[in-house]
Design a protein around this ligand. Structure first.
Ligand code: ADP
Ligand code: 5GP
Length: 185
């Protein structure tokens, strides 16, 4: 891929603290840009369309795929999630460092397309703590929560395929470790 920018793939099981870490990271590193994904899942109360996600219908998601404006996409639970292509192309040409919050299958697809993408997997201190965090967040019903925990276990197995693994125990420590990775790549 002939471009000046670079992609940072940011994965980890649901509830591990990806959004929390990214919020802190962007405060410390305002030069980073965030890829806003499209999804067919329902918006959570605190989420903003166009900032957290583009919340779209399944029909519109399929139109995006057909028009070639999706770089990668996957089904997670019952919903589709995908990365809009155009902003990525533009930012890469501008030399930006782009953060993609992405699950394991999407990360694998992107690694094939962009060999120099750097992948980071966030791990919880334990499975029990992960479930506590997810429950405390209170955004999923019991069935969705169970499904997310099931997916989490298979995702954690894939963490070995990542360039870097970080434990999110203490938030500040984890953010500093992420910044350390960005500085050395
Ligand atoms: P994700 O984006 O990975 O699904 P969130 O960022 O929504 O996860 O975090 C899930 C919950 O865990 C939130 O309630 C958040 O406040 C909490 N949390 C995140 N990181 C930590 C941490 N290091 N210690 C304790 N709680 C945390
Ligand atoms: P959530 O519903 O918790 O926001 O996200 C569920 C999962 O989808 C998370 O693992 C998140 O990283 C992943 N995800 C979010 N956006 C994308 C995307 O554009 N592509 C892929 N493949 N996964 C995504």
């Amino acid at each position: 891929m002939n471009s000046k920018g670079r992609l940072i793939l940011f994965s980890g099981p649901s509830g591990v603290g990806k959004d929390t870490l990214l919020e802190l990271l962007y405060k410390k590193r305002p030069d980073l840009v965030h890829s806003v994904s499209a999804t067919t899942r329902n918006r959570r109360e605190n989420e903003i369309h166009g900032k957290d996600y583009y919340f779209i219908s399944k029909e519109d998601f399929e139109l995006m795929i057909q028009s070639g404006n999706i770089l990668e996409y996957t089904q997670y639970g019952v919903n589709l999630y995908g990365t809009p292509k155009r902003p990525i192309d533009d930012w890469l040409a501008e030399g930006k460092t782009i953060i993609l919050k992405i699950e394991v299958h999407g990360a694998k697809q992107i690694k094939k397309l962009y060999k120099n993408a750097v992948s980071i997997f966030i791990l919880p201190p334990s499975i029990e703590v992960l479930e506590q965090r997810l429950r405390k967040r209170g955004t999923e019903n019991e069935a969705d929560l169970k499904k997310r925990m099931e997916i989490a276990l298979s995702e954690i197995e894939k963490s070995k395929d990542y360039d870097y693994v970080i434990y999110n125990d203490n938030l500040e420590t984890a953010v500093d470790e992420i910044i350390g990775i960005l500085n050395k790549n």
